[in-house]
Design a protein around this ligand. Sequence first.
Ligand SMILES: [Zn+2]
Ligand SMILES: [Zn+2]
Length: 436
Amino acid sequence: MRVGLTAALAIGALGVAGAVGYWAGQRDLGGNGPAIVSEVQAAASKAVSGAWSPTKPYPRHDVYYPGTEELAPNEMRVIACGSGMPTPRLKQAAGCFVVELGNGDKFIFDMGEGSYERLSALGIPLDQLDKVFLGHLHLDHAGGFPAFYFTGPVNNRLTPVRVWGPDGVKPEWGTKAWVRNMEKMWAWESATRGAVVDPRGLELEVNEFDWTAMNGLIYDENSVVVRTVPAIHGEQSVSFILEWNGLKFAFSSDTLPSAGWRDFAAGADLAIHECFLTPELMMSKLGMAPSEAIFVGTQGHTSAQAFGKIMTLTKPRLAVCYHFQNDFDTGPLVRADIRKTYDGPLELAQDFMVWNVTKEEIRTRMAVPNHEGFPAPPQRQKQPPDSMAILKFSETTIKSIEPESAAVTNAQIEAFNKRNGTNIKPGLTGIPFRNK
Ligand SMILES: [Zn+2]
Ligand SMILES: [Zn+2]
């Protein structure tokens, strides 16, 4: 839903009110901040005054309520479903960003542990979340995928999942092998769920690409293009650049600042790049030894100062850093280090941060998820599954059925059939009676 401002005011007011919010909160406009803020504050209050009413909804929400806003045809919405670390944390899941486009396409970039829960809270039907791009196969970037994939059918996904990931330095390290091994590891999970839930979502298309390709094209459908550049993170890691409708989204996954990113993420509308706590914070907060902190924080990952430098070279419309514990005490120190090398627009990601991107403005808000939400219904007609016959039950299971409780269940099914005009036969609970 677009806010109810007049067309003449809409663009300016949206832009400026967002900027005011940021100045007070997250967004740091760099050297031009104060001038922009006084200008936009005046415009924002002008736009809002006169629009208030004691009975109508507020004309403009400074939060994002999932599932309540239509995307404009030229608009991109990006939501942080994981901005954190491998360390489990209630406040921040591990790396995951979902990109929704005005043409209806949706893309998931990385799926770290804990991110599936965040993703589910956005109320997007899982049928619509079938494209997953993995920059590398560390748990904090891919660990949420098995749960997303295997429980999809329980959560109303009726369609196959498509996954893109790097080929392997060794074949057994590549995405195809990873997926094959995942399916082997969860063979019992998929077989037993198939006995009682619709299994049509349990299909997987794996697209393995050459991780060494510079600006390599890995996706080109429906006027959306995704390219990769090699990332510097172990080996066989990549950063992604998505382009659509004149908008450019860049996501680093994990990497040290790379030449490929500098050259091909340049000028991105939204550039989301990893950035670590300062080495001193890693010592005080994580108990790291000095040598460990400086090594991990500058050689294994992008330091805040190096993040600033690569953003100075990238010159995005908005730079966003993620991949650190972003708290009241850590954030200012990370920001201060970034400001040593970068003075452009900057935000420090948190989970559920939402960016609405158009050519005219980038608006940032926090999503307010429904903690009691149910899975969103599928976007196509649900057909009853025909999969009850998959499992053959053992003597142990059949003998373990308690007959009087089974009789209650069977009577319940009979009554259900009468009420609903169905003709469902008991499965497992009918077996002892059928055997007699
Ligand atoms: Zn990693
Ligand atoms: Zn990581």
